[in-house]
Design a protein around this ligand. Structure first.
Ligand code: G3H
Ligand code: 13P
Ligand code: ZN
Length: 340
């Protein structure tokens, strides 16, 4: 089957009461790890690429790798999503390329760092909704800002200074007509999220529940949702790495989120850790090795294991064959008929 709409995947996830992981990719091995995990667990999947990933892979390579994924794994409903689009032009270029879903992150200005005004956010998100829905493509927006800054998709700090305001979220959804809403509840991108294991208080789960109660039919998105498992940190450090002790988002808190309207869960860092640990291990144990396949294969397998664990934990496992995917043309007609 061709690449499918994210909106349909999330609508189905809402019906089934489960979440769908959205996993970042930059290269062939990462795409293969996700697709193999999806086949193994029979999961629908969201594969996402940031602006950095698009630049790294020269965009069209990534697109064609994703087309290959749909050919090799025809039974898996697969979405290609733009992560953290920073402008209308970036989103438009992704739609033109064949992405079936885009995120317009208007919570930040185009630099990906400076918090924007509500009016700016509504204006750019609304514009993307209009041009995306005209092609049946899904739109994710964001209200409130994540912490962290190193990837250029965060407002800096610990993620607590720009939490989502529930009433503003309601207004934002009404004024933009988006399909999925990313909220800020205290997470940040990258490995260094928390200096001790976060509780539901640290994570502001009550805020998430309040937003869900006000917007019960809106698909919520949790960014910065890597769990940063100690086992993966330990492998890196055991083989010469120097990660400082750190904590991510516990899987149980994500599961609580899923019970309260979270349908899309963004994970990138955990895969980066798994890949790096596996490569370091090969380099440390076999210093004479120089065939890239000798370390890329274990790296891909390590990422696949993380992906299977997350697909099972989020509940998407077993749902790949539940429904017949709609074409983007059918999605377009649905939007045109007022079915957003
Ligand atoms: O949102 C952040 C993702 O982890 C992507 O990061 O911009 O370094 O590719 P990136
Ligand atoms: P992590 O850094 O927690 O994996 O978050 C990824 C993300 O939110 C991508 O948009
Ligand atoms: Zn993100």
């Amino acid at each position: 089957m061709p690449l499918v709409s994210m909106r349909q995947l999330l609508d189905e996830a809402a019906k089934g009461g489960y979440g769908v992981g959205a996993f970042n990719v930059n290269d062939m091995e990462q795409i293969q790890a996700i697709m193999e995990a999806a086949r193994e667990t029979q999961s629908p999947v969201i594969v996402q690429a940031s602006r950095g990933a698009r630049a790294y892979s020269q965009d069209r390579f990534l697109y064609h790798l994703m087309i290959a994924a749909t050919e090799v794994y025809p039974e898996i409903p697969t979405v290609l999503h733009l992560d953290h689009g920073n402008s209308v032009a970036t989103c438009k270029s992704a739609i033109d390329m064949g992405f079936t879903s885009v995120m317009m992150d208007g919570s930040l200005m185009e630099d990906g760092k400076t918090p924007s005004s509500f009016e700016y956010n509504v204006a750019v998100t609304r514009e993307v909704v209009e041009l995306a829905h005209a092609k049946g493509v899904t739109v994710e927006g964001e209200i409130g800002c994540l912490g962290g800054i190193e990837d250029g998709h965060g407002a800096g700090g610990d993620g607590l200074s720009h939490l989502t305001d529930p009433d503003q979220a309601v207004e934002f959804v009404k004024q933009t007509g988006l399909d999925a809403l990313a909220i800020a509840i205290g997470t940040s991108h990258g490995a260094y999220k928390f200096s001790s294991k976060p509780t539901g208080e640290t994570l502001k789960m009550a805020r998430l529940i309040e937003i869900h109660n006000k917007l019960p039919n809106v698909h919520l998105v949790m960014h910065g949702s890597s769990s940063v498992p100690k086992e993966l940190q330990d492998i890196i450090n055991m083989y010469g790495g120097k990660l400082k002790p750190t904590w991510g988002v516990p899987v149980e808190e994500i599961q609580l989120g899923i019970k309260n309207g979270v349908r899309k869960i963004n994970v990138d860092t955990d895969n980066r850790l798994a890949i790096t640990g596996a490569i370091r291990k090969v380099f440390a144990e076999n210093p004479s090795e120089f065939d890239p396949r000798s370390y890329l294969k274990p790296a891909r397998a390590a990422m696949q294991q993380v992906m299977e664990d997350r697909m099972n934990a989020f509940g998407q496992a077993g749902h790949a064959g539940d429904y017949a995917p709609l074409s983007l043309e059918e999605m377009r007609a649905g939007y045109a008929a007022g079915g957003a």
